[in-house]
Design a protein around this ligand. Structure first.
Ligand code: ATP
Ligand code: MG
Length: 558
């Protein structure tokens, strides 16, 4: 996976051409989220693209909140978005709000009305959408389409002053009711919403639609390249039409569309993610199973892994579904370099080393990270009673089982060879304890006489280990594309009932005083990080990812 993409993506090609021809001296992009939910990894792609261009071309990038619908928006979302962008490691040049431009946008709307290019329509939204018919049939003109400029100005002002009820009228651009592009069939510019706005208070009761606000905001800010996802391609003629009406001089922004990110076994619509949160299918926006940036962060993802992922998937014009395992590959790759190794037993089985003196303990040295010598070493305690992983013992092992078995030796990581002499069971026949003997000459796991011990297993010391909770996650959906549904289905039908499994584990004492967010590799078991739910009594770990890709092969066989 080392190949570096030297070739430019299609957006970079456009940009480099614009720089060469002198169309632009400085490149200016923006990231324009609507603060109506938390950001997800799809947004991360857009952030990396917009801010990445700023960094690459020494340009600028604004963060602009598209706060044009007070009913759905909230400061909680604004704060989470600010935090996520900072966490990803990007800095915006200006922090702006579409609501900063309400006055200017209204002024332009009045100009359009005066020029006979916009009118107040008193029909219901249903009537309006019916009259648009479909692309192959000419639309029907509104009976209000040709009212006089004076009447329109008067009504628009009344709308603005709150004299009309929500839904009773809208301002529409007068473009072309016969256009094959439905977005050009007299699109709505303003609607009445009588809700308090976090920034403009009760000053406004008419709010601009996305299509009217967006391009104008780009123009006000001097954006050169306005990057958005493919579904806006059909809006582009409208984006340009509005600019044609108001453009005077300076930078004229250009909208360019790219393919949105789709991830397998994941949904990426804010509306559906909000539904998961409000109906408590998950535990909040930052539930580690969520594809939100805050969910990934809590799960143990690093900003480097997310940025790397965005780099690897690239930017293209065709939509596809990216395999979730690529995202997992990126976090494994990063944590392999960064995470200290510790030993933790997820399903403990007690082992008594009968020939090890009672009351004796000793300190062994363990390497923190074989990938990073500067990570140093740590001390681990060894004593007579330890825990091993239940699955690392088999009473009747098959051939080529190299872990612990009756009469069979195994190496305890960093410690000694042990051999199983006796199995203790409860009345139901369940194994409760193993009695083993160790070879004092095999300290450090080195063979004293050249005899071969193939298997090495991890363990923890019973006296000093700590009990902790581990949350083992699986993908949130059982279907590769939960948006691809039959008629009577909903994406909720494919929620994975086993996406969260809580277990009690034993971890070596090294993790005792570590803090939420710290990341470890539990040897042989995966990458884990400390969750914010941890208390002074009990640490809680999230499994970020397994060490190996365990299910993409299975998925591939479906
Ligand atoms: P919704 O889910 O409500 O349609 P949205 O995801 O489009 O919302 P916005 O806040 O409008 O959310 O998105 C901000 C920016 O992020 C937009 O430029 C949008 O094109 C981009 N974006 C959103 N989803 C993705 C995605 N899956 N991949 C890439 N970019 C995305
Ligand atoms: Mg959107």
């Amino acid at each position: 996976m080392e190949e570096k993409k030297e070739s430019l993506n299609f957006i970079e090609q456009i940009i480099e051409n614009d720089l060469e021809t002198g169309k632009h001296k400085e490149i200016y992009t923006r990231f324009p989220p609507e603060p109506n939910g938390y950001l997800h990894v799809g947004h991360a792609k857009s952030i990396c693209l917009n801010f990445g261009i700023k960094e690459k071309y020494n340009g600028k990038c604004n963060l602009r909140f598209d706060d044009t619908n007070p009913v759905k928006e909230d400061v909680e979302y604004i704060n989470s978005i600010l935090e996520d962008i900072k966490w990803l490691g990007f800095e915006y040049d200006k922090l702006l709000y579409a609501s900063d431009y309400f006055e200017q946008l209204y002024g332009w709307a009045v100009k359009l009305v005066k020029e006979g290019k916009a009118y107040v329509d008193e029909q219901t939204p249903e009537q309006i959408s019916e009259q648009r018919t479909n692309p192959t049939v000419p639309g029907v003109e509104s009976p209000f389409r040709n009212r006089s400029v004076d009447e329109n100005l008067h009504l628009l002002e009344e709308m603005k002053n709150g004299l009309h009820e929500e839904g009773s009228m809208v301002l529409r651009a007068k473009i072309d009711m016969n256009s094959p592009n439905m977005h050009m069939r007299d699109p709505i510019m303003y609607r009445i919403i009588k809700s308090h706005h976090d920034r403009t208070g009760d000053k406004w009761c008419i709010y601009p639609m996305y299509d009217y606000a967006h391009g104008q905001s780009d123009y006000i800010e001097g954006i050169t390249h306005s990057l958005c996802t493919l579904e806006f391609e059909v809006h582009r003629p409208l984006y340009d039409w509005f600019l044609d009406q108001i453009y005077i001089s300076g930078t004229r922004p250009r909208q360019i569309e790219f393919a949105r990110l789709n991830l397998s076994y994941t949904i990426m619509s804010k509306r559906k993610l909000l539904e998961l949160v409000t109906n408590k299918w998950v535990n909040g926006w930052d539930d580690p199973r969520m594809p939100t940036i805050s969910g990934l962060r809590r799960r143990g993802y690093t900003p480097e892994a997310v940025r790397n992922f965005a780099e690897r998937i690239g930017v293209a014009k065709r939509e596809n579904i990216i395999d979730l395992s690529l995202l997992e590959y990126c976090i494994r790759e990063d944590l392999n370099k960064k995470a200290n190794r510790v030993m933790a037993v997820l399903d403990p089985l007690k082992v008594v080393i009968t020939n090890y003196p009672e009351g004796q303990t000793e300190i062994l040295e363990a390497q923190n990270n074989p990938e990073d010598e500067s990570a140093g070493t740590r001390n681990i305690v060894f004593s007579r009673i330890i825990y091993i992983e239940r699955e690392d013992f088999m009473e009747e092992p098959p051939k080529k089982y190299f872990r612990l078995a009756p009469g069979q030796e195994v190496r305890l990581r960093y410690a000694y060879f042990i051999k199983c002499d006796e199995i203790i069971k409860d009345e139901n026949g369940n194994i409760t304890e193993l009695r083993c003997s160790y070879d004092p000459e095999s300290k450090g796991g080195k063979s004293p006489d050249g005899r071969k011990v193939k298997g090495t297993i991890h363990w923890v010391d019973s006296e000093t280990c700590i009990d902790a909770e581990a949350r083992i996650y699986d993908r949130l959906f059982t279907k590769e594309n939960p948006d691809d549904l039959a008629e009577n289905e909903t994406y909720l039908d494919y929620l994975n009932p086993d996406s969260l499994n809580v277990i009690n584990i034993k971890v070596e004492s090294y993790v005792k005083d570590k803090n939420p967010g710290e990341k470890f590799q539990f040897e042989r078991k995966g990458y884990f990080c400390i969750d914010k739910d941890s208390t002074s009594e009990k640490l809680v770990f999230n499994r970020t990812v397994t060490l190996k890709d365990s299910w993409s092969k299975i998925a591939g066989n479906e």
